[in-house]
Write a protein that binds this ligand. Structure first.
Ligand code: FE2
Ligand code: FE2
Ligand code: FE2
Ligand code: FE2
Length: 401
């Protein structure tokens, strides 16, 4: 299948940027702004198109290791991200299976190195991959300065500071390319929240790779980890759902492609949850109307982002319909039986099953025998598919004993 890597990445990358904002208070769209500045520096330096396309991917993903790191250990807001080595090593490991156009190694690992050896791994000068140097510089700029103020006297101040770092912390050619960039009005306008995604698309070379769904799954799993890491109560939710979807696919004797597509849909089904604050997701009480209304938006945003990806038509349906119900009482569209295909129904049932087996702030996780009566009850009341519920009982009842 012809697949546009950066199209996929931009569609789902808000996930990364929301995590960074929630944990470290970095203004939203950090990853995208770093990608934009990196891309513009790369263009100024005359980089080849394939390199530019990879540079954008790597820049968008540069802090992807963060959510896994915080899942294990919640840091204080005071901790500076650039002091946490683990987000570099985890981030590098996560992208190992990412289908880059070139052989990109260690770019994310070394994105906080400085040419004078003062970075986390004490690499110096040309030992630091050049793309790491560009991304590291763009990262520094985004954290230190406000893109929307880059004109007039503010620009003079930025220029002065960058010049003191030139040749000391950052490569001179990167600093000079950046200083040429900020003289342009579009530099700040392109980075406004409403323009940034479109701007990156405009300047990123279109690169279609011939990928199969297996390779695409390598990418969806990175995001599945990020989604699960959002809250300790859901730390295995997408992964667990994806495993169960795989078992049901085997039971139904699905072919390889349909099975992998179902896995991808399960990996990404709760992508929209990244937009909801943990205060709501982890509330130990009944939610208010306002809070529940916010929760209901998550599948809407799952649909908004996945529907931008070419080749994801069915995956979008299966992923985004998981809270719809056969009797029309679900959300966000209130679809009914005639609109819900088999895999949408399947993921809907499995999502309830998976959630009930997990611990929540207000109850502990349930076993198969406690979950099934709830599912049968919902099926009898017309919410979910009776036949699928019975199949789930067959498949997981035998493994649970
Ligand atoms: Fe970083
Ligand atoms: Fe960063
Ligand atoms: Fe959900
Ligand atoms: Fe879910």
């Amino acid at each position: 299948m012809k697949f546009d890597l950066n199209n996929f990445l931009l569609a789902v990358s808000f996930a990364l940027d929301y995590v960074e904002r929630d944990i470290f208070g970095v203004p939203l769209n950090h990853g995208k702004r770093v990608a934009y500045t990196s891309l513009m520096i790369g263009r100024q330096l005359g980089m080849a198109e394939d390199d530019l396309a990879d540079l954008v991917s790597l820049a968008v993903l540069h802090d992807n290791g963060l959510s896994e790191y915080i899942a294990n250990k919640r840091p204080q807001k005071k901790v500076k991200l650039e002091n946490i080595k683990a987000h570099c090593t985890i981030g590098e490991r996560n992208v190992k299976n990412y289908p880059f156009l070139r052989n990109e190694r260690d770019v994310i690992l070394y994105h906080h190195e400085k040419i004078d050896g003062s970075g986390l791994f004490h690499l110096r000068g040309a030992k630091i991959p050049f793309k790491s140097q560009i991304i590291g510089f763009a990262d520094y700029i985004d954290i230190r300065f406000a893109a929307n103020k880059m004109y007039g006297a503010y620009n003079d101040k930025v220029r002065e500071i960058v010049n003191t770092l030139k040749n000391r912390k950052f490569h001179a050619s990167i600093c000079d390319a950046f200083l040429r960039e900020i003289t342009k009005t579009r530099y700040r306008l392109d980075q406004e929240p409403e323009n940034i995604e479109e701007a990156i698309r405009r300047y990123t070379p279109e690169k279609f790779l011939d990928l199969d769904y297996k390779e695409i799954r390598g990418m969806s799993m990175i995001f599945s980890k990020i989604i699960d890491a959002k809250s300790k109560f859901t730390s295995r939710h997408s992964k667990g759902l994806s495993e169960k979807a795989g078992m049901m696919a085997a039971f139904y004797k699905y072919g390889e492609e349909e099975t992998i597509k179902l896995h991808i849909a399960a990996d990404l089904h709760d992508l929209g949850k990244l937009l909801i604050s943990n205060d709501i997701l982890e509330a130990e009480r009944k939610l208010t109307d306002d809070e529940f209304a916010k929760i209901q938006s998550h599948t809407y945003y799952t649909r908004v982002s996945l529907s931008k990806i070419s080749g994801f038509k069915e995956i979008t349906e299966w992923a985004a319909n998981h809270h719809e119900k056969l009797n029309g009482k679900g959300y966000p569209y209130g679809l009914t039986a005639k609109d819900l295909d088999f895999n949408s129904r399947l993921l809907g049932c499995l999502d309830i099953y998976q959630a009930l087996t997990e611990e929540r702030p207000y109850r502990s996780g349930m076993g198969h025998c406690e979950v099934m009566p709830i599912l049968y009850n919902m099926a009898n009341e017309g919410f979910i598919d009776k036949v699928i519920v019975a199949d789930i009982d067959k498949v997981f009842g035998s493994t649970d004993k």
